[in-house]
Unconditional design. Structure first.
Lengths: 340, 328, 293
């Protein structure tokens, strides 16, 4: 059992994961000369004060372009890297500082699926061994029992006949099959929460739907909750329940899927949505005008970090950083001019 | 056919093969199309479809270590496959230009932006002075939306999107008739992607170029091209205008692709997967190359390879469900 | 020829070799190398039975006889039969090189793995040590250490090992650093695996190909270094037949025109080193293309 350290009264009983003021700053490596000449350190502010909660059983998506901090957030939650500051709660228990055995036990309940199916599997391990290894690590099953559970989970992810796949090596599988094997490995411990980091972006288009549908089916079967990370908003629309749009380390808009797509209020969200290709030759599109490029995450502009590219930016936007405030129940926007 | 004789570029039954340690790969087989001025052709396919090999063959850079075993490519009346290497080199850049997929590695990291242009311009016309070349380069940078001062930067000082734009500027430097863009947007974020595609269209209209977009993203070609070539395992499986492909997809693969891509403009969508795995080019099945994944497969499909047929109104499909001129 | 017969025999006996043949150039390199090494080793093992004379016995013939029908490779200044010495002189070299490789593996591999995986201060310290050793010219360092330790097979092996461990360390380190970042290692960590398990089951198996390649180069180099050490007198004593010793001796006799004393043992050393090098090249060719996939 996880040691109980605190109970947050404000956490809804329905929230399986809650993230509070999460920050991850990566120090920038300086050359020797720089170290001697300057005192200050600069940081890549990959995740800069992010808070949200995920409800049990939902698919919560972190969406945004590259460098927005979504992948880093996912890795923080799975405790692959330690946060610079902030708190993470899993089922109302704070897990931010867990170590040792408690941390190991936690890893049974939160798992991750990676983006690159070609790099997610140990090339020297047979599929059966790779999928079964987590069981060994936690001493949950061995030999016959282990083999049974591995075969079972392989069937569940669609690698049938599982007896055949157990003895194959990753290079003998296609990209889609490898991703399924990686999913089987994450599922064999029967976790409750899965962070899926761009699980289909490196897979052929014709195979993506199968993997997405598999994820949704597994959710039903095993009662999973997903944190889905993607830059592809079209996929996000298909699979998510709620979506959080991230920009330069912050969440700029958060809401349920319908609201985000039908009534996006943050200028960045609007620009993002207008840029998504639509498979329709008749569509008359107008890509929103975004001036310039994304600022560097080392030198984030003061005030609202999006104002340098925003067509609605005003003087006031330079003064303070907008908070994520609700504009309607369950729809949050970080923009002081949201009423427009 | 007569209309073909006037086309800017015509490809006729092109076939390309590779030899690998494990056997022969027919990367591109029997591909034909024609392209006019200011038209956009979208070539769409997944891994193993042969689209990139096709693209490289168009500029005579393909495909090492394979060979073009059959077919013709006619550019402005000249058969370019028969040209000597030198003549082809002259053509490359001047008449037909290629924008590579990866902007990170396609620019010389130890050369500033300006010299990239200068070298290109002066290779084709040594009479141009460096000053003139740089002037032209600055104008081109402006055309693609980059501040002209960046001409003195090194590639690593520019973002990915900007580098891709530099690549495009280089491509249009010599006013080519055709630009081939291979996965121009895969390495880019969606907003930059949209801007690059918008840019290509603007340039196409301004300079009257023909554009060939090679990509795996069907949404992009449906939205932005006039004609679409759908490729699978080296074959063209469907070829028609984008409107037709959208409203009347014929080949089961095209249909499957359309049903599997999420469309944000639809309220509720049920996506469907295409069964099976991508083709193994070393072990292609007998008969139709798509049959192991086809929902409509018939006995005939397993034995015979269907030819590309005109099912009416310039819509070509490679499938036994259809006959010349109509659907069965 | 002899090798052709051997090849077809081996192909029938060892199916593994047949699959090697399919691998093209790499396979041939390995096969030829292995055959070369195999022949030499076998020759040394059965030398007591096939050598025409006792290799250590002196004055079995006139000293410094050129190659003739009785002494195929001639005799040296002590009247010993060069052919017999050539047939049985590889033992020391082989022992030294095998021993040095074993020491390197036992010491260098765990060191390389743990240091680069752990990172931090420890890693920096070891890197410094290894780089310092690596910076020395190998033979000079080996001579210095052998001079300190004294004569004998073990000491020769140790001095060679010390010189070579940094190579293992570096190769392993570069591999570990890149493998450490791979998603499948992160997945193992995310599943709660202990560091030791990650190193042994996830990282080590992927580093093995590079280790094997370094080991074969190590073999070849060890042979040449052992010859060198013996050449300058830091090797083993006189009465054991040894190519290295024959080199020293033969070099002395060269001005008097007795080329056969140094030529034949020298040739054997080259062939043995060549054999190992071929295997190494073949393995490198075999393993690296696949790794690049």
């Amino acid at each position: 059992m996880l040691p109980i350290q605190r109970r947050e009264k404000t956490v809804s009983q329905n929230d399986i994961l809650k993230v509070e003021d999460l920050k991850k700053y990566f120090p920038v490596e300086k050359s020797f000369l720089e170290k001697m000449l300057t005192r200050s350190r600069s940081y890549v502010k990959a995740v800069d004060n992010v808070s949200f909660s995920v409800r049990k059983g939902e698919v919560f998506t972190l969406a945004g372009e590259s460098g927005c901090g979504k992948t880093t957030t996912g890795r923080l939650i799975v405790r692959l890297i330690p946060p610079t500051s902030g708190k993470i709660f899993f089922e109302n228990v704070e897990i931010t500082a867990l170590k040792g055995e408690a941390l190991r036990v936690l890893k049974r309940r939160i798992q991750i699926i990676f983006q690159d199916p070609y790099a997610s599997l140990n090339p020297r391990m047979k599929i059966g061994d790779a999928v079964g290894h987590p069981l060994e690590i936690h001493g949950l099953a061995r030999n016959e029992e282990k083999r049974k559970r591995v075969l079972q989970i392989l069937e569940h992810v669609g690698l049938t006949p599982s007896e055949k796949f157990v003895d194959l090596y990753p290079h003998q599988l296609s990209g889609g099959q490898r991703q399924r094997a990686a999913m089987a490995r994450s599922l064999v411990l029967q976790p409750e929460f899965i962070v899926a980091d761009e699980p289909v972006s490196m897979i052929d288009v014709s195979l993506r739907t199968a993997i997405i549908d598999l994820m949704l089916n597994l959710r039903k079967e095993f009662g999973l909750t997903y944190l889905f990370i993607t830059h592809d908003l079209a996929i996000a629309k298909y699979i998510s329940d709620r979506i959080a749009i991230m920009y330069l380390g912050k969440i700029v808009e958060l809401g349920d899927k319908q609201t985000i797509f039908s009534n996006p209020m943050h200028p960045y969200t609007q620009a993002l949505l207008s840029a998504i290709p639509v498979p329709n030759p008749e569509r008359k599109r107008k890509t929103a005008e975004l001036i310039g490029d994304v600022p560097s995450a080392i030198n984030i502009p003061p005030g609202c970090r999006f104002r340098t590219r925003c067509e609605y930016a005003e003087e006031a936007c330079k003064e303070k950083e907008p908070e994520l405030i609700p504009v309607s129940p369950d729809h949050y926007v970080a923009c002081d001019l949201a009423e427009k | 056919m007569d209309p073909m004789a006037q086309s800017l570029i015509t490809v006729d039954a092109l076939s390309v093969e590779y030899w690998t340690r494990k056997g022969k790969i027919r990367a591109v087989e029997d591909v034909s199309f024609a392209l006019e001025k200011a038209e956009t052709l979208g070539v769409v396919g997944e891994s193993g479809s042969g689209k990139s090999t096709l693209g490289l063959s168009l500029i005579g850079l393909g495909p090492f270590p394979g060979r073009i075993v059959k077919g013709k490519i006619t550019l402005k009346g000249k058969e370019i496959l028969k040209l000597r290497k030198e003549d082809m080199r002259n053509l490359r850049g001047k008449e037909i230009c290629y924008v590579f997929q990866d902007p990170m590695t396609s620019l010389n990291p130890v050369k500033k932006i300006g010299p990239h242009f200068v070298e290109l311009i002066r290779t084709h016309d040594p009479k141009v002075t460096e000053e003139e070349a740089l002037k032209r380069a600055k104008k081109l940078l402006k055309d693609v939306g980059i501040q002209p001062e960046r001409i003195n930067d090194y590639p690593h000082q520019l973002s990915g999107g900007m580098r891709q734009r530099v690549m495009i500027a280089l491509a249009i430097t010599l006013n080519p008739s055709i630009v081939v863009a291979d996965e121009p947007t895969t390495a880019l974020d969606v907003i930059v992607q949209a801007k690059i595609l918008d840019l290509l269209n603007v340039l196409r209209d301004a300079y009257g170029m023909a554009l060939i977009l090679i990509t795996h993203d069907l949404s992009i070609v449906l939205e932005r091209s006039d004609e679409i070539l759908v490729m699978y395992a080296g074959h063209v499986v469907e070829h028609s205008s984008s409107k037709d492909i959208y409203s009347n997809p014929q080949h089961p693969y095209t249909k499957g692709l359309l049903k599997s891509i999420p469309n944000i403009e639809l309220a509720e969508q049920k996506l469907e997967a295409i069964a099976g795995s991508p083709p193994d080019l070393l072990n292609l099945p007998r008969g139709c190359r798509f049959w192991p994944r086809c929902y409509y497969v018939m006995e005939r499909c397993r034995q015979e390879a269907p030819p590309l047929m005109n099912t009416g109104a310039e819509h070509f499909t490679r499938c036994f469900l259809y006959k010349e001129g109509k659907k069965l | 020829m002899k090798s052709k017969i051997k090849r077809s025999m081996l192909s029938k006996i060892l199916p593994g070799l047949v699959s090697l043949e399919k691998r093209g150039l790499a396979g041939w390199l390995i096969i030829f190398g292995a055959i070369l090494v195999g022949i030499i080793v076998a020759m040394n093992l059965i030398s007591p039975w096939i050598a025409p004379y006792n290799p250590s016995a002196i004055n079995v013939g006139q000293p410094l006889l050129p190659p003739n029908s009785q002494f195929r490779f001639g005799t040296n200044d002590l009247g010993q039969d060069v052919l017999s010495r050539v047939l049985s002189g590889g033992g020391i070299m082989l022992q030294v090189s095998i021993l040095s490789v074993i020491v390197c593996l036992v010491v260098g591999v765990p060191l390389g793995l743990s240091s680069s995986y752990a990172g931090g201060v420890i890693d920096r310290v070891f890197c410094l040590i290894m780089d310092s050793i690596y910076a020395f010219p190998g033979l000079v360092l080996a001579i210095a250490i052998a001079a300190m330790l004294g004569r004998g097979v073990t000491n020769m092996a140790l001095s060679i090992a010390v010189v070579y461990i940094p190579s293992y360390f570096r190769v392993i380190r570069s591999q570990v650093l890149s493998i450490k970042e791979m998603p499948y290692v992160e997945a193992a960590n995310a599943a709660g695996s202990r560091s030791r398990t990650v190193l042994l089951r996830y990282i080590l198996p992927n580093v093995v190909p590079s280790i094997v390649i370094v080991a074969t180069v190590n073999f070849a180099d060890a042979i040449l270094t052992a010859a060198g050490l013996t050449f300058i007198g830091l090797g083993v004593s006189v009465d054991i037949p040894d190519w290295g010793w024959d080199l020293t001796n033969g070099q002395r006799l060269l001005p008097s025109g007795a080329w056969w004393v140094i030529a034949y043992p020298g040739l054997m050393i080259i062939l043995l080193a060549l054999g190992f090098t071929l295997i190494g090249e073949g393995l490198s060719e075999l393993l690296n293309p696949r790794l690049e996939q």
